[in-house]
Design a protein around this ligand. Structure first.
Ligand code: TYD
Length: 222
């Protein structure tokens, strides 16, 4: 029995992590095997990469090559290493067990942030991503789209990060995401994340319904 993978993408402050948590809480009522993961993370190496690149609980700007003097290529390869471990240790086995896997960020984050955002060659990122995921593709990707200005007002407690990244950088990332979505309309569903959080949730539920309606479940999924 093969599981399902739903990925959550968008710029910082788009609200995707909140929405992923809402979907996770909801789906747990209907499916006995639902897992929520975030990138980088979910494995020992993933947590270490998160610490190196994102420095949680510290004032330094997240994911800033300036602060840590890490090349863009190295930054990408660290994200990719974390991804490789997550796929091998957690995602692949869970998929085999028939889990519904919610992934807060995945392959598209690298293309949008390191590719479109930082200018790393997209075909290189694509090749590494392919090797890393080893045929494990998302069944559905929810792209939470919002203007950086609107996103920054949601990120009050993390204003340092958004300031450090800069609104122009995030707009470039956002435009990158929109290009990825335009190229893969079958896989990627665009959700207007500027709407009221409840409306965004309803759109998310509608988007996942076709994927899960006939899937192995423990209660009637409505
Ligand atoms: P985010 O997903 O917003 O996590 P949190 O809610 O803990 O802040 O932060 C992850 C950051 O890492 C975000 O700025 C995007 C960045 N990132 C990349 O640049 N490339 C990647 O491949 C991944 C997975 C994340």
């Amino acid at each position: 029995m093969q599981g399902r993978i739903i990925t959550f993408e968008g710029i910082d402050g788009a609200g995707k992590s909140t929405q992923a948590q809402i979907l996770y809480n909801y789906l747990k009522n209907y499916f006995d095997n639902v897992i929520l993961l975030r990138e980088p993370g979910g494995t020992k190496l993933g947590d270490m990469v998160r610490d190196i690149l994102l420095r949680e609980n510290q004032i330094e700007p997240a994911c800033s090559t300036e602060t840590f003097d890490i090349s863009i290529t190295a930054e990408f390869l660290l994200f990719a290493a974390a991804r490789a471990e997550l796929v091998r240790q957690v995602v692949a086995p869970a998929l085999q067990e028939g889990a519904v896997i919610l992934l807060d960020r995945f392959i598209d984050s690298s293309i949008a942030y390191q590719g479109y955002g930082r200018g790393l060659a997209i075909d290189f990122i694509d090749k590494v991503n392919r090797a890393v995921i080893n045929g494990i593709e998302p069944d559905l990707t929810l792209l939470f789209d919002i203007a950086p200005q609107a996103a920054s007002s949601r990120l009050q407690r993390r204003a340092d990060r958004i300031e450090a990244e800069g609104l122009i950088f995030l707009e470039t990332v956002r435009q990158g995401y929109l290009k990825i979505a335009a190229a893969e309309p079958q896989r990627i569903r665009l959700i207007d994340a500027a709407l009221e959080p409840q409306t965004v949730s309803s759109m998310m539920f509608e988007a996942v319904k076709p994927l899960l309606i006939n899937f192995n479940r423990i209660a009637t999924y409505v």
